[in-house]
Design a protein around this ligand. Structure first.
Ligand SMILES: Nc1ncnc2c1ncn2[C@@H]1O[C@H](COP(=O)(O)OP(=O)(O)OP(=O)(O)O)[C@@H](O)[C@H]1O
Ligand SMILES: [Mg+2]
Length: 350
């Protein structure tokens, strides 16, 4: 059996926060007689990630994602529970751990602000003792795929956000770590740069077998890179499993939108209230952007089919056209963040 790349058991982090009253007096009081409150940012998380997996780690702002990543990298010590990365304790064996991991925090740069990119990379290569021929080879590869060649001589401070993020990725991966943590790597980037970064991460995972944990609020990142997602809420794990299962469980709702004859507009509400529809189907009148009225029917695809809904409606109303929509991942995840996982099966919105 292969050893897991990452293994945590009841991993917990509680921050002690000093409460300070306003003003200088308050500052002194907090210094000499501190009054603490406690915040459990990560609350008993147990997970196992195997070598080569790309796992999406998601949750609302403040859910505890970055705090988890910081414990996995060894920046923070857990308050309780255990963590192993490639069999090591990341905090106690910080140096050995650092050789095997790469980290990108999208919100802040880890490169030397005033140095040209190539100087930064040379320093990283020196720190990690990368053999010169291998370093040359990787510079060539990363320069090509991340389109960094023209930027090697540019100082980080003169780079655009997208250029900086590509540079960060190169610096995080130049020592070929076995585990990569990406904390919001596409934040603030345009669609084209996001796409480049996703392609690079996917390719790197495939060619190197790197284990990757990705935290992001951009569900496009998750859709394109992760088969497995872990969702946390207030520090607790609320879902760990395939992305496809979430879609199946929460993506049952379908929406049929009907365009009706304009002469029906003034009595459409009345018509809608009197409709007889198949099980689970619910009709409503909605205004579209060009102030036309539309008849919108939502239904559970496991209870009835789109063709049944359409046939039933067309028997009762004069319809000019119709279209069908599936909920997107963003809609599904919004439902989960709002607590849909805690609802019993029959109360859940399809
Ligand atoms: N050093 C710290 N001291 C005190 N509280 C902290 C500290 N770091 C994080 N927290 C608190 O822990 C909770 C989790 O923060 P964390 O940064 O892990 O969230 P996150 O899931 O990464 O959120 P975001 O999506 O906004 O990046 C928050 O309530 C935060 O205020
Ligand atoms: Mg964060």
């Amino acid at each position: 059996m292969t050893e897991p790349a990452i293994l945590t058991h009841n991993l917990t982090k509680t921050f002690n926060i000093v409460q300070k009253e306003p003003g200088l007096g308050g500052a002194f009081k907090a210094l000499f007689k501190p009054h603490y409150t406690y915040k459990t940012a990560v609350d008993g998380i147990s997970l196992q990630i195997d070598p080569g997996e790309i796992v999406g780690y998601i949750g609302v702002n403040g859910a505890g994602k970055s705090t988890t990543i910081k414990m996995l990298t060894g920046i923070l010590t857990p308050t309780s529970g255990s963590v192993r990365v490639l069999g090591r304790d990341p905090h106690r064996q910080r140096v050995a751990n650092a050789r095997e991991i790469g980290v990108v925090f999208g919100q802040r740069t880890q490169l030397w602000w005033d140095l040209a990119l190539i100087e930064s990379l040379n320093l990283v290569a020196g720190i990690y003792d990368i053999p010169a021929p291998r370093y040359k080879q990787l510079l060539e590869q990363f320069g090509e795929i991340l389109e960094l060649k023209e930027l090697f001589k540019t100082p980080i401070r003169n780079m655009s956000l997208g250029q900086k993020m590509r540079a960060e990725l190169a610096a995080a991966l130049i020592h070929e770590p076995r585990v990569l943590y990406l904390d919001e790597p596409t934040i603030g980037l345009d669609l084209l740069v996001k796409e480049k970064i996703r392609t690079f991460v996917r390719q790197h995972n495939q060619t190197h077998g790197t284990t990757i944990i990705l935290t992001t609020h951009d569900l496009g990142d998750i859709e394109e890179l992760c088969q497995r997602v872990i969702i946390i809420d207030s520090g607790k794990l609320i879902y760990d499993g395939p992305l496809s299962t979430i879609r199946e469980r929460f993506g049952r709702q379908r929406i049929l939108t009907f365009e009706v004859a304009p002469q029906l507009f003034n009595r459409l509400e009345q018509i809608t209230a009197g409709l007889r529809l198949p099980p689970s189907a619910q009709a409503a009148v909605e205004d579209d952007e060009v102030c036309c009225k539309r008849l919108v029917v939502r239904f559970d695809r496991l209870e009835t089919s789109a063709s049944q809904v359409a046939a039933s409606l067309m028997e009762q109303v004069e319809v000019l056209d119709f279209s069908i929509a599936e909920p997107d991942l963003a809609g599904i995840v919004r439902q989960i963040y709002l607590g849909a996982l805690n609802q019993p099966e029959n109360e859940r919105q399809p």
